[in-house]
Design a protein around this ligand. Structure first.
Ligand code: DAH
Length: 332
């Protein structure tokens, strides 16, 4: 019997299962009701007392060894199973890509323009989008009931036609001149509205930036110098600039500014309107027009974005098509 125990001990020691089903089979074979251990105990009972004392210990040790083996492998196989799970993973693979958002091109261009003028001392100002006729037109020297009002197809507020959706950010000029004493150096920005047919080049709603500088002895030469600086900063060195005489009720003289690339396309592109603030406007806004002069200019932000990024249709700026917007991820 001692021989049998030794033999089984060897077998148990070399047991090394690969799957948990093998452990279970092993348990039944050795510890089951008809297993080896039960059989050995049955035999053990029949032994005479002398033999019992020499066989008891190795038999109990064998049983303990089997129990330990089973426990060990039950635990260990589980662990190595979960190790396998990690081994199957390729940790060097790229994760799912998360695309960063981007700023809207109108915001990008707005920020760039604000930056350029902030660097040379212009403050920022904003105003309400619904304004009275006086702020949008009258103070700006539009004659009462003058067809010039039609020039900027106006949305009137139905319940009170004395109020309009501002047609230009020039209405903020008026507010700024009323609020502050010269020197005034500010850019005003915001959304403006016009009752126009929507097409590739015009929309009922867009954004403008307006500049205003009021101080003693401001001249048209100062205005030109400022706008040269602006074009150079915004578009780069490679553009020619020209001023064309024009008309706005609120400036005298008035001009429009065009640019074109030094090499390449020979067509001039209009980018903004400007001029010396009409003394009537200064008067309307409570500024001494004998003492002060000033210049003003205004431009459409969408138009600047279209020129800068070669966008052919203004409507794409409002469609929020991801394929379009994604192209601006690298921009500020
Ligand atoms: N308000 C004009 C427009 O909406 C743009 C403009 C032209 C603004 C000349 C100015 C200016 O301040 O001096 O078309």
């Amino acid at each position: 019997m001692i021989e049998r125990i030794k033999e089984l001990t060897k077998e148990v020691e070399s047991f090394s299962p690969k799957e948990s089903s093998e452990i279970e089979a092993f348990r039944i074979q050795y510890l089951g009701r008809k297993g080896f251990i039960q059989e050995l105990f049955k035999e053990f009972k029949l032994l005479n007392p002398e033999l019992k004392s020499s066989v008891g210990k190795p038999l109990n040790e064998l049983k303990q060894l089997i129990t330990n083996k089973i426990e060990y492998f039950q635990h260990h196989l589980k662990e190595s199973r979960s190790d396998d799970k990690y081994n199957d993973m390729d940790l060097s693979l790229e994760g799912p890509s998360i695309k960063p958002g981007s700023r809207h091109p109108v915001s990008i261009v707005k920020n760039q323009i604000v930056d350029i003028f902030s660097r040379i001392g212009f403050t920022q100002s904003t105003g309400p989008e619904i304004v009275d006729d006086w702020h949008n037109f009258t103070a700006l020297n539009f004659p009462l009931d003058h067809p010039a009002k039609d020039m900027q197809d106006t949305f009137f507020i139905q319940r009170n036609p004395d109020f309009v959706l501002r047609t230009h950010t020039s209405s903020i000029q008026v507010q700024e001149m009323q609020r502050h004493k010269p020197p005034i150096r500010t850019i005003s920005l915001g959304r403006v509205y016009r009752n126009e047919t929507i097409s590739y080049k015009s929309h009922v709603q867009f954004h403008q930036i307006e500049g205003l500088y009021i101080e003693k002895n401001v001249s048209f030469a100062d205005l030109k110098q400022l706008l040269y600086y602006f074009v150079q900063q915004f578009f780069g060195e490679h553009f020619d600039v020209r001023f064309r005489p024009s008309y706005f009720p609120f400036t005298e003289p008035s001009a429009e500014m065009d640019i074109r690339p030094k090499n390449g396309d020979k067509r001039w592109m209009e980018i903004l309107g400007c001029g010396m603030v009409d003394p009537n406007v200064l008067k309307n806004c409570g500024i001494d027009h004998e003492m002060y002069t000033g210049y003003a200019f205004g431009m459409g932000i969408e138009r600047m974005a279209m020129l800068k990024y070669d966008i052919q249709d203004i409507r794409i700026l409002y469609e929020n098509d991801i394929r379009f917007l994604e192209q601006f991820i690298s921009e500020r």
